[in-house]
Design a protein around this ligand. Structure first.
Ligand code: PRP
Length: 211
């Protein structure tokens, strides 16, 4: 049986649809319950619903054979796994954002609130700008509003969250989308089925004109 780690939440809904489109239906996932593991005997797969930021850990450590995860999570961590396909889903950008009237003070480190400290550090060190990282776990947009930080480094998809909190994008520096990933030893031992899923997903993308 193939274990597939799927992200719960906003990206999850798009991912389930995409899997259903290649015959890997997991509609039971939509049932209004708190179940986190779903089996499909028909396809001989088990779906594990995990936090989006944990998908790569499950796959890298072999608790799941494959998974679908945002490129942001892959870039923030350092995971030993294979990235098989860009699914062109959950397309968004990693951005620097701040209050509409923000003016940078070049004489001191920029205080950066983020869920992605490694991505933020890499970005600012690419032009040798000193920063002070404030690691938060969510609702990052509040930080500059309350003066906890000067800017945020965060994902922007529709831009609604920024707009509704009187913030705006200053730099858009990293395109993000969902990726199909595989555990390295699973890929060796279950390569046939993993390659089959990968090519079906790729064919679907071609059919939709996305690649
Ligand atoms: C993400 C991100 C932004 C928001 C951007 O948060 O951190 O807050 O989505 O989306 P938008 O541009 O479409 O408004 P998420 O929904 O994952 O919640 P969180 O703040 O709890 O991390």
């Amino acid at each position: 049986m193939l274990n597939i780690a799927l992200p719960k939440g906003r990206l999850g809904d798009k991912v389930y649809e995409r899997l259903a489109s290649i015959g890997y239906d997991c509609s039971e996932i939509y049932a209004d319950n708190r179940k986190l593991v779903f089996e499909s005997e028909e396809n001989n797969v088990r779906y594990l619903l995990v936090k989006p930021s944990d998908v790569a850990i499950y796959v890298a450590r072999g608790a799941a054979d494959i998974g679908i995860v945002g490129k942001d999570i892959l870039d923030e961590g350092n995971f030993d796994l294979y990235e098989l396909l860009d699914l062109r889903l959950g397309v968004c950008n990693m951005c620097v954002a701040a209050k509409n009237d923000y003016v940078e003070d070049p004489n001191r480190p920029i205080r950066v609130a983020t869920k992605f400290p490694n991505i933020a550090k890499r970005y600012y060190s690419s032009f040798n700008r000193e920063i002070d990282i404030i690691k938060l776990n969510g609702s990052i947009e509040i930080a500059p509003l309350l003066g906890l930080s000067d800017v945020i480094v965060d994902i922007v998809e529709t831009g609604t969250t920024l707009k509704e909190n009187n913030l705006r994008v200053y730099e858009k520096f990293l395109p993000i989308s969902a990726r199909l990933i595989a555990n390295k030893s699973s890929y060796r031992f279950k390569g046939d089925v993993i390659n089959d899923i990968t090519s079906k997903l790729r064919e679907q993308l071609i059919k939709e004109g996305k690649i």
